[in-house]
Design a protein around this ligand. Structure first.
Ligand code: HEM
Length: 138
C-alpha cells in the first residue's frame, strides 16, 4: 500500500473521501443542502489543504476555521456529523494508504475535529467517545 507522500496520492485520498461523503446519508445533506458546496472548486481546495498539512506545500490559502464557523452559523454542528466525518476519514485512509504520512493525516484530522468541537460546540465531541454539553444528544 502506498503512503500519502505525493500530491497524486493525496488527490486520490481526497477524491475517495468525498465520494464516501456524497454517498453518506448523514453528511451528504450537510455538504449539498446546508453548505451547497460547489464540488468542482471544493475538491481542489481540499487537495491543496492536505498537501500543505502533509507535504508542507504552500498552495492552500483558505480559512479552514472560518468555513466551519460559517457552516455552524447556518446549521449548528452535530456530534453525529463529527462521528461520521471521523469514521469515513479513517476508513478511507486505512483502505488505501499506510505509513507515517497516513498516520499523520489521521492524527491531524482527529486534532482538527477536537479543535472544531472545542471552539464551536463547547467540546461536545471528543475522540474518546465522551459526549457532553450542547448537541451531545443530537
Ligand atoms: C464535523 C465535521 C466536519 C464537517 C461537517 C465539515 C463540513 C465542511 C463543509 C460543509 C465545508 C464547506 C464550507 C463551504 O464551502 O462553505 C467544509 C470545508 C472545509 N473543511 Fe470541513 N468539515 C468537517 C471537518 C473537517 C476537518 C476535521 C477538516 C480538516 C482536517 C476539514 C477541512 C476542511 C477544509 C480545508 C475546508 C475548506 C475551507 C476553505 O474553503 O478554504 N473539515 N467542511
Amino acid at each position: 500500500m502506498p503512503d500519502l507522500d505525493t500530491r497524486t496520492q493525496i488527490h486520490d485520498m481526497v477524491v475517495a473521501f468525498y465520494r464516501a461523503v456524497v454517498f453518506d446519508d448523514v453528511l451528504e445533506p450537510v455538504f449539498d443542502e446546508i453548505a451547497e458546496v460547489d464540488w468542482p472548486s471544493h475538491i481542489p481546495r481540499l487537495i491543496d489543504y492536505w498537501c500543505r498539512i502533509l507535504l508542507g506545500d504552500p498552495s492552500y490559502a483558505g480559512a479552514m476555521y472560518a468555513a466551519h464557523r460559517h457552516l455552524h452559523e447556518r446549521a449548528p454542528l452535530q456530534v453525529e456529523w463529527f462521528d461520521r466525518w471521523h469514521q469515513l476519514f479513517v476508513e478511507t485512509v486505512d483502505a488505501g494508504w499506510s505509513g507515517p504520512q497516513a498516520e499523520a493525516a489521521k492524527a491531524h484530522a482527529e486534532r482538527s475535529l477536537a479543535s472544531l468541537s472545542r471552539r464551536l460546540v463547547d467540546g461536545a465531541w471528543q475522540l474518546d467517545g465522551t459526549r457532553t454539553g450542547a448537541g451531545a444528544d443530537a
